[in-house]
Design a protein around this ligand. Structure first.
Ligand SMILES: Nc1ncnc2c1ncn2[C@@H]1O[C@H](COP(=O)(O)OP(=O)(O)OP(=O)(O)O)[C@@H](O)[C@H]1O
Ligand SMILES: [Mg+2]
Length: 394
C-alpha cells in the first residue's frame, strides 16, 4: 500500500497485495480518501484524520460574521474559520456550551455560502423521539410504519442544494450513527421502507453542547462518524472567557429596544455585566437586557437584574459546599438575620427567574409559579427598594 498526502485528502494505492484493499466493502486499486474515511488493508482498518493545524489561521479583522458579533481575539479567531468554511462545502462540527451561538453560526455559514438561496433545514436531534429520527432525516414511504399513510420527504431531501443543520447531534441514537455515516460518505439517502437510494446535494453542519471527543472515548459515539463531521471544527468559547465581548453584545441587544432608549449602560452596569459569569452565555445576556428593557416601565433596572442574578449565584454556590459558605456571606450574621436575608434573596432570585422564563410577562410568570401576581410584584418592588437604598449608600 502506498499513501500519498495531497493536503486535504490522501491517495491510497494498492501495490498488488494478496488480501486486497477495501473502502466501504468494495475492493480498490487506487482511491482518493478525505478526512474521516475508513479503509481496510487485509484485516487492518485505517482512517484518514485531518491534522490539527500547526499554523492556526490568524484572527479575522472583522468584528462580526453574519449575525454574530464579537471583538475579542477568541471570537475573531472563530470568524476567521467561519470565513473559510463559508467558501467551501466541507462538513462543519460546532461545539460550545448552551447559548454560545451554535445555531447562529450554522445559519451564518449557510448565509455566507454559495448555497444561501437554497434551503437551510434544521433538525434538532434532542427534541425528536428516537424512533422517529430516521424518518425525520431520510423520510419514509407509505406503509413503512403502521401510521405512515403517505410518503414523507425527509430533511436531507428537503435541504437538497442547501444546508442541513443537525443540532444536538450527540443525542443521535447509536443505531442511526452508521446510517448517517453512510449518507455522509455516499451522499445518497434511502427513505425508510424504500428499496432505492436517491442522490442528495447537501452541505452538513452539526452542533453539540457535549464533547463529542469524550463521547467517542466512552464509545458512545462512533469515531469514524466523528471524523467525517469534524472536517472543520468550530469551538465557541463561553462568554466568561471573552469578557471584552460583553459590552459590545449588551449594547447591540439594548439598541434593539426603542422603548428603552432611556436605559443606559452606565460604567457601573458595564462593570457588573462583565464581572458576572454568564452560565447561560450570550442567550442569558440577551435575556437580561430584554427584560431590563421591557420591565423598565415597571421600574426594574439592569443593576437590579444583575443583583438578583448574583444573589441567585451566591445561593447556588452556598449550597455547593464549603467554598460557598465563604462566598454566601450570610454566615457571619446572627441566625435570624441570615435567615431573613437568605429568604429574601431566594424570593428575589425566584421571582426574577420565573419572570425571566415568561419573557418578562409577570401575569404569565405568576400563573406558572402558582402565586398571585401581587406576590411577584411585591418581591420585585422590595428588590427595587433595596437597590435604591444601595445607591443612596454609595
Ligand atoms: N456572537 C453572538 N452575537 C450576537 N448574538 C449572539 C451571539 N452568540 C449568540 N447570540 C444570541 O444568543 C442566543 C443563543 O444563541 P444560539 O441559539 O445560537 O445558542 P446555542 O449555542 O445554539 O445554544 P443551545 O446549545 O442552548 O441550543 C441567540 O438569540 C443568538 O442570537
Ligand atoms: Mg442551539
Amino acid at each position: 500500500m502506498e499513501l500519498v498526502n495531497r493536503g486535504g485528502f490522501v491517495t491510497a494505492k494498492d501495490l498488488g497485495s494478496t488480501n486486497g484493499s477495501y473502502f466501504e466493502g468494495t475492493r480498490f486499486e487506487s482511491l482518493d480518501l478525505g478526512p474521516g474515511a475508513v479503509f481496510r488493508i487485509g484485516e487492518t482498518e485505517l482512517q484518514v484524520v485531518a491534522p490539527e493545524r500547526a499554523d492556526p489561521i490568524p484572527p479575522s479583522e472583522e468584528t462580526s460574521f453574519g449575525k454574530l458579533l464579537g471583538k475579542s481575539r477568541k471570537m475573531r479567531a472563530v470568524f476567521a474559520v467561519l470565513e473559510r468554511a463559508a467558501r467551501t462545502d466541507a462538513t462543519v462540527l460546532i461545539a460550545g456550551e448552551t447559548g454560545t451561538g451554535k445555531e447562529v453560526v450554522a445559519e451564518a455559514i449557510h448565509a455566507a455560502s454559495a448555497r444561501k438561496d437554497r434551503p437551510f433545514v434544521v433538525v434538532d436531534c434532542a427534541s425528536i423521539p428516537s424512533n422517529l429520527i430516521e424518518s425525520e432525516l431520510f423520510g419514509h414511504v407509505k406503509g413503512a410504519y403502521t401510521n405512515a399513510m403517505t410518503d414523507r420527504t425527509g430533511a436531507f431531501e428537503a435541504a437538497d442544494g442547501g444546508t442541513i443543520f443537525l443540532d444536538e447531534l450527540g443525542e443521535l441514537p447509536p443505531a442511526l450513527q452508521p446510517r448517517l455515516l453512510r449518507v455522509l460518505e455516499t451522499r445518497r439517502i434511502k427513505r425508510v421502507g424504500a428499496n432505492d437510494f436517491k442522490a442528495v446535494d447537501v452541505r452538513v453542519i452539526a452542533a453539540t453542547n457535549r464533547s463529542l471527543e469524550d463521547e467517542v472515548r466512552a464509545k458512545r459515539f462512533r469515531s469514524d462518524l466523528y471524523f467525517r463531521l469534524a472536517v472543520i471544527k468550530v469551538n465557541l468559547p463561553p462568554l466568561r472567557d471573552r469578557r471584552d465581548d460583553i459590552p459590545v453584545l449588551a449594547k447591540a441587544f439594548l439598541n434593539r429596544h426603542e422603548e428603552a432608549a432611556h436605559l443606559e449602560l452606565t460604567p457601573e452596569v458595564i462593570a457588573a455585566l462583565t464581572s458576572y459569569d454568564w452560565p447561560g452565555n450570550v442567550r442569558e445576556l440577551r435575556n437580561v437586557i430584554d427584560q431590563a428593557a421591557s420591565l423598565s416601565s415597571e421600574g426594574l433596572n439592569l443593576a437590579l437584574q444583575l443583583k438578583a442574578r448574583q444573589k441567585a449565584a451566591q445561593i447556588r454556590s452556598a449550597k455547593d459546599g464549603a467554598s460557598g459558605v465563604l462566598v454566601g456571606g450570610f454566615f457571619g450574621l446572627p441566625y435570624k438575620e441570615a435567615r431573613k436575608q437568605a429568604l429574601e434573596a431566594f424570593e428575589l432570585a425566584y421571582a426574577q427567574h420565573v419572570v425571566d422564563m415568561a419573557g418578562g410577562n409577570i401575569t404569565k410568570a405568576a400563573e406558572q409559579a402558582q402565586v398571585h401576581r401581587n406576590v411577584l410584584h411585591r418581591i420585585l418592588a422590595r428588590g427595587k427598594a433595596e437597590e435604591e437604598e444601595l445607591q443612596d449608600d454609595s
